[in-house]
Every structure is written in structure tokens, then in C-alpha cells.
Ligand binder design. Structure first.
Ligand SMILES: Cc1cc2nc3c(=O)[nH]c(=O)nc-3n(C[C@H](O)[C@H](O)[C@H](O)COP(=O)(O)OP(=O)(O)OC[C@H]3O[C@@H](n4cnc5c(N)ncnc54)[C@H](O)[C@@H]3O)c2cc1C
Length: 398
């Protein structure tokens, strides 16, 4: 197994770096670096810049306007963009729905929706989870009942990330109560402007209305919005999740977080010296850095296996657990480093140009916000407890 980058891959890295130096607006990278709040427009601006270069469809084949990159190129792109503090690509259209439509959608759906995702015409959100269907996703209860050439949808989705910005939602709905739970689920595309759709914000522990409840009351959805076959949605849902879990280790995000932690610990003083020179604190930073290096190597091994044509197995569960634990440890150390300044939390200060007196140094609030916000990492994308169950069965054979 070769874990070194080829000359072509190194040239590709240089190309990405040069592109970012030229095209990533400082306004955006400053906001990401300082942990300020990104608006819908910020994401759309960045998507448009990538799309103009043909680099928005990172996981898409060239025939659909994507990059056609392999796993290693995607990894390099992710490392470089996070190091440069670029906004993340919002995953719902690009990383989740796009691949499902390419594999299971009708020709008309592909022709209509795929270019609109790339051009930023439609902002998508993911309507999988419900109050009683999270880890046990097959338990979805939102119903879609056929009425002529429409489905009538009733029920509730929850934790819908950035649903407040969305034009469309892709949903798992129950179209049959016969047989196994998995066999009565369909995959439906719903226009959020349809009468009967209501979005209610959920404010998270960090004060952000990042997720929502989405309610459906007698929402009429044309049958042509069904993806694939009725009652086969579970197959498409699982396929989508394999794409949701690509790049699950988040090595680039962890590295950016570690660099920021070191900056903070260098700025913060302890007994008249930088906190980073305190042996106890420095040892904790060193330990998390060692863990990150080990995880990055495991990630490269999985990439090398993927490049050799092997499908990732339970290793992705290991990467999910390790990657998210490391990021949460980095966040926890940054919060400790800012000490009492983690206490006053003035959410408005995260807005660009906010006219609010900051409490403490300007890095304190984003460090605190990241600490609270990233509690989510071990919950979504398959909770860490569920991943540990997979590891215990598939790897340890317990
Ligand atoms: C910030 C955030 C954003 C999200 N965004 C979206 C989104 O955009 N769209 C969407 O559809 N969903 C989204 N989700 C939902 C997410 O997928 C679910 O929260 C997740 O699947 C867990 O489901 P649950 O919250 O219902 O918890 P539950 O499944 O009820 O789990 C509760 C607890 O029990 C544990 N548990 C459950 N089953 C097992 C088991 N078999 N073995 C061991 N432990 C177990 C879990 O680990 C957890 O600790 C988001 C969640 C969060 C936190």
C-alpha cells in the first residue's frame, strides 16, 4: 500500500492551492477563520465560484457536470479548502441528492434537477429523521397516500439542517404499512412552497437556529416527484447515506481546528507565559495532535484501498468515531484555553460587522460556539454509539 502522493497528485494540490489563492474571497475566508456566522448568500457565492471552475460537483462524474475526481483528489481538495478557510460545500444537493438521482432518478429528473443543483437554482434539505425515527430510520411515519396523480403527505420531519433556506426537501415517506418496515418507504421530492409545508426553527445549545422541524399537512405532491419505484425508497436512502459518510474523518476540519487551538493557546497567558508553554496544557495538545496524525494515516490507508478499487467497510465507522472525538477534544481544549471568556455568550457578535462590545478576545466567542455546536458531530451521520456497535460486530466479531 503506497501512502505517498504521486507527482500528478502533488501537481493537482498545487493547482487547487493556486485556484484558492486567486478565487477564494478574503471576506469569506476571514469569516470562516474567525468563526463568524455564514449567511445563505455566503454559501451561494462560494458555490458559484466553484461552479464557474467546474469544481462544485466534487463527487459527480464529468458527464453530469462534475469533476470526475477520484477519492485521493477529493481528499486533497478537502485538505486544501479547509486549510484555506473556505466555506464548506453545503452537502444536501451536491453530496446527497445528486448521486441518488444519477443512479435511481428518471431521465427527466436528472435533466431538470442536476443542473439546477450546480447552478444554485434550488437549495435542498434532507427530510429523513422524525421524532421516532433517527437511528431507527426505517421507522418513518410520515405518510404519502396516492390520490390520482398526486401523493398527499402528512407528518413531521425533524433536525432538518438549514431547512429555513431550502426551496426543496427530499423525504423518506411511508407509502405502505404492509410487510417489513423497510419495504413500505418511498423517496419523494417536495417543493417547500407547496401549501401545507411549515418550517419551525429549533434553536440549538449555541443559540443557532441551524435545524428545524418540517411539518406536512395534506401536502399535494405530483407523482412525477417520486424517485425510482414506490416502496423501494429504503434502497435509495441507504445509497445516499454511503455518500453522506464520505470524507467522514474530517481530517481537514480537525487540522484547521488544531491550528486555531494552538493560536489561541499561544495568545492566552497563564502565570505570565503563553498557555501553550504550560507543560500540562501542551501535553494535552500534543496528545490530540498525535491522535490526529494516527487517524490521518488510517484515513490515507482507506483512501489507498479505495483507489485500488476496494469498497470501504467498517473502517468508515472507525473514522467517524475517531474523527468526531478528536474534533470535539480540540474544541474542548480551545474552550478551556479561553477560560472565563467562554461564559458570556453574545450570539449577535458572530454576525459580520456586529456592533456589539465583545466580551474578551475576539477568538473566545467562536471557540465557545464551536465547542457547543460540534456536540452534534457524534450524533448525526450515524451516532457514535451506533458506529461502535457496527465496529463490535463487523471488526471485533462480538
Ligand atoms: C445538528 C444535527 C443536524 C441534523 N441534520 C439532519 C438533517 O438535515 N436531516 C435529517 O434527516 N436528520 C438530521 N439529523 C438527525 C440525525 O440523523 C439523528 O439525530 C441521528 O440519526 C440520531 O437519531 P435521534 O436523534 O433520533 O436519536 P436516537 O436514535 O433516539 O438515539 C438516542 C440515543 O440512543 C443511542 N442509540 C440508538 N440506537 C442505538 C443502538 N442500536 N445501539 C447503541 N446506542 C443506540 C444513540 O446513539 C443516542 O445516544 C441531525 C441531527 C443533528 C444533531
Amino acid at each position: 500500500m503506497d501512502l505517498t502522493f504521486t507527482p500528478e497528485q502533488q501537481a493537482f494540490r498545487a493547482e487547487v492551492r493556486a485556484f484558492l489563492a486567486e478565487n477564494l474571497p478574503t471576506r469569506l475566508s476571514d469569516k470562516v477563520c474567525k468563526g463568524l456566522r455564514l449567511t445563505k448568500q455566503d454559501y451561494e457565492d462560494w458555490h458559484a465560484i466553484l461552479n464557474a471552475r467546474g469544481w462544485l460537483g466534487v463527487t459527480w462524474p464529468a458527464e453530469h457536470g462534475g469533476t470526475g475526481w477520484d477519492a485521493v483528489q477529493r481528499h486533497i481538495f478537502e485538505e486544501e479548502t479547509t486549510a484555506a478557510h473556505a466555506p464548506r460545500i453545503v452537502p444536501f444537493g451536491i453530496a446527497m441528492l445528486g448521486p441518488v438521482l444519477m443512479k435511481f432518478g428518471s431521465e427527466a429528473q436528472k435533466r431538470h434537477y442536476l443542473p439546477r443543483i450546480l447552478n444554485g437554482d434550488d437549495w435542498w434539505c434532507q427530510g429523513y429523521s422524525e421524532p421516532g425515527a433517527g437511528s431507527d430510520l426505517a421507522n418513518v411515519q410520515t405518510t404519502a397516500v396516492r390520490d390520482g396523480d398526486h401523493y398527499v403527505v402528512n407528518g413531521q420531519k425533524t433536525w432538518t439542517t438549514l431547512g429555513q433556506h431550502a426551496d426543496w426537501i427530499f423525504c423518506l415517506v411511508r407509502t405502505s404499512k404492509e410487510g417489513k418496515k423497510q419495504e413500505g418507504i418511498s423517496f419523494l421530492l417536495i417543493d417547500m412552497k407547496t401549501p401545507g409545508v411549515e418550517v419551525r426553527p429549533i434553536v440549538l445549545i449555541d443559540g443557532e437556529p441551524e435545524v428545524n422541524e418540517v411539518w406536512f399537512s395534506d401536502v399535494r405532491v405530483p407523482v412525477e416527484n417520486l424517485v425510482g419505484e414506490e416502496n423501494k425508497g429504503w434502497t435509495y436512502a441507504k445509497y445516499l447515506l454511503t455518500h453522506e459518510r464520505t470524507n467522514i474523518a474530517g481530517v481537514g476540519f480537525a487540522r484547521a481546528g488544531l491550528a486555531s487551538l494552538k493560536r489561541i493557546a499561544q495568545e492566552q497567558s497563564h502565570n505570565g507565559a503563553p498557555l501553550l508553554s504550560n507543560p500540562f496544557f501542551a501535553a494535552k495538545v500534543a496528545q490530540v495532535e498525535i491522535d490526529l496524525m494516527a487517524m490521518a494515516t488510517t484515513n490515507l490507508r482507506t483512501l489507498a484501498a479505495a483507489a485500488a478499487g476496494q469498497a470501504p467497510g467498517a473502517e468508515s465507522s472507525m473514522l467517524k468515531v475517531k474523527g468526531t472525538v478528536i474534533r470535539q477534544q480540540i474544541n474542548a481544549l480551545a474552550r478551556q484555553a479561553v477560560g472565563p471568556y467562554a461564559q458570556p455568550f453574545v450570539s449577535e457578535s458572530l454576525d459580520e460587522g456586529a456592533n456589539v462590545e465583545p466580551a474578551g478576545p475576539d477568538y473566545a466567542l467562536p471557540a465557545t460556539q464551536a465547542y457547543f455546536n460540534n456536540r452534534k458531530l457524534s450524533i448525526y451521520g450515524g451516532s457514535n454509539e451506533v458506529q461502535r456497535q457496527i465496529i463490535s460486530k463487523a471488526i471485533l466479531e462480538l
